[in-house]
Design a protein around this ligand. Structure first.
Ligand SMILES: *Cc1c(COP(=O)(O)O)cnc(C)c1O
Length: 401
C-alpha cells in the first residue's frame, strides 16, 4: 500500500493552502529545491562545460533526456528505451503527427475531437498547411469519435483526458479501431501521466506525448516527453531534424542521419536545470503504486462531488458522473465561475477556471487527503451560499486564468 502521508511530506506547499490544481501545475517537491540549487552551484558553477560529460552525479547532463524518458516510461507502461524528454508538448505533438502521417501515405484525414486542448489542434493545422498535401483536420465531438474512425483516417490524434471536463477516452478500444481501419494513433497523455496507470504498450499506442509539469510535478516549463512504439521507432522520420537527434551529433556532419529509435526525436540542447527539477520530482514516484493513486483519487473525487452537490445546488457537475469515465479532475459549471474561483483562491483553495464557465479541481493523492476535500467543500459552500464571490475584485480577469 502506498504511504500517502510520506509522499505528502515530500512536497513544500505553503501553509494554509489546499492545492487542487496539480492537474495544471504540480507543486514543488522539496527535493527539487535542493537539487536545483546544487546543480546550479556545484555543476554549472564548478564544472562549466565539462558538466555535459561529468554533471548529474557523473552520468553527464547529456544523458538526461533518455534516462528521464525511461523513468517516465515506467509510469506510462512504455517499453524501456522508447521515451525521450525534451522541448514543449506542442512541439512533441507536431513531431508525432508529422512522423505518423508519413507512415500512412495516401490518406488525408487527421481525426481529433473538440475536447482536445487547442494547441494540439493548432499545431496539427499548422503542420497540415505547411505540408500542402491537402490533408484535412477533422474535429468531431468526443462522443462521435468512435463512429468517425473510418478507412479515410490516417491518424487518430486525441488527448486521453479532456482538460476541461476530465472526460476520459477509452485508449485501448479507440486504438484498436483505428488500427483495424489501417490508421495510426497518437495519444496525448498530458492529463494521464502520473494521474492513473497508463499502458501505452498494452494499449497499442503508436505515438504518445505528454508534459511533465502537471501530474509529474516537474515545475513550470518542465520539458515534455514523447514515446514511439518500438515497431515504428526506427522508421519514423523526424520532421524536426535537430542535431541532437542525429546519429552522431559530435561528428558534425553536414548531412543528417537519424539517431537510433526514439533518440531521433531529440531536437536541441536539453534544459539541464529544468531536467534536474524533473529528476527530483520523479523520485517521489519510487514506492508509489499508480493503482493506489487511482483508487485514492477516485475516492477523493467522489467525496468532493457528493459534498458540493449537497451544499451548492447552483453548481452543475461538468465531469462524467461515472468515475470510470473520468481522469483525476472534477469540474463544475457556473456562470460566475471565474469570480467564485478567485474567491476560493483568496481563501487558500486553489483550483482554476476555463472559459466560458468551468471551475476545475484536481485530486492528486500524493499531497491531497480527505481533510483537504472536506475543508474545500466547506469553503466553497460558504462562498456560494453567501454570494461572497460577488465582488468587483473577483471579476477582473487576469492574463492566466
Ligand atoms: C497542458 C497541455 C498542453 C500544453 O502544451 P505546452 O506546449 O506544454 O504548453 C498541450 N496539450 C494538452 C492536451 C495539454 O493538456
Amino acid at each position: 500500500m502506498t504511504d500517502f502521508s510520506a509522499t505528502r511530506a515530500m512536497f513544500d506547499l505553503p501553509e494554509g493552502v489546499i492545492y487542487l490544481d496539480g492537474n495544471s501545475l504540480g507543486p514543488m517537491p522539496r527535493a527539487a529545491k535542493m537539487r536545483v540549487a546544487e546543480v546550479v552551484s556545484a555543476e554549472w558553477g564548478e564544472m562549466l562545460i565539462t558538466g555535459w560529460n561529468r554533471g548529474w552525479g557523473g552520468r553527464g547532463w547529456m544523458s538526461m533526456p533518455v534516462a528521464l524518458g525511461d523513468r517516465i516510461g515506467r509510469l506510462i507502461g512504455a517499453e524501456p528505451g522508447h521515451v525521450v524528454v525534451g522541448d514543449t508538448l506542442s512541439i512533441k505533438v507536431y513531431q508525432a503527427l508529422a512522423s505518423a502521417l508519413e507512415m500512412v501515405p495516401g490518406r488525408k484525414v487527421v481525426l481529433s475531437d473538440s475536447g482536445n486542448f487547442p494547441t494540439d489542434l493548432y499545431m496539427a493545422n499548422g503542420l497540415l498547411t505547411s505540408l500542402g498535401h491537402g490533408h484535412e483536420l477533422r474535429v468531431v465531438a468526443p462522443e462521435e469519435v468512435e463512429d468517425a474512425i473510418t478507412d479515410e483516417v490516417a491518424v487518430l490524434m486525441l488527448t486521453e483526458v479532456d482538460y476541461r471536463t476530465g472526460r476520459r477516452h477509452d485508449m485501448r478500444a479507440l486504438t484498436a479501431k483505428v488500427h483495424a481501419q489501417g490508421g495510426l494513433a497518437i495519444w496525448d497523455l498530458a492529463h494521464s501521466a502520473g494521474a492513473f496507470p497508463v499502458d501505452v504498450a498494452g494499449g497499442g499506442a503508436d505515438f504518445a506525448v505528454g508534459c511533465t509539469y502537471k501530474y509529474l510535478n516537474g515545475g513550470p516549463g518542465a520539458p515534455a516527453f514523447i514515446y514511439v512504439a518500438p515497431r515504428l521507432a526506427d522508421r519514423a522520420r523526424p520532421a524536426l531534424a535537430g542535431w541532437l537527434g542525429h546519429e552522431a551529433p559530435f561528428a558534425f556532419e553536414l548531412d543528417y542521419r537519424p539517431g537510433a529509435g526514439v533518440e531521433r526525436m531529440r531536437v536541441g540542447t536539453p534544459p539541464v536545470i529544468q531536467m534536474t527539477a524533473l529528476d527530483a520530482a520523479l523520485d517521489v514516484w519510487e514506492g508509489v503504486s499508480l493503482e493506489d493513486v487511482r483508487a485514492k483519487s477516485v475516492e477523493l473525487s467522489e467525496r468532493f462531488i457528493a459534498g458540493v452537490e449537497a451544499a451548492c445546488p447552483d453548481l452543475v457537475l461538468a465531469s462524467p458522473r461515472d468515475a470510470a469515465g473520468r481522469g483525476s479532475q472534477v469540474s463544475f459549471r457556473f456562470d460566475e465561475g471565474y469570480a467564485v474561483m478567485q474567491a476560493l483562491i483568496a481563501r487558500g483553495v486553489i483550483g482554476d477556471f476555463r472559459a466560458p464557465d468551468i471551475m476545475r479541481f484536481g485530486f492528486t493523492p500524493l499531497y491531497i487527503d480527505e481533510a483537504d476535500v472536506r475543508a474545500a467543500v466547506a469553503i466553497l459552500a460558504e462562498i456560494m451560499n453567501n454570494r461572497l464571490w460577488d465582488r468587483p475584485e473577483y471579476k477582473r480577469r487576469a492574463k492566466v486564468t
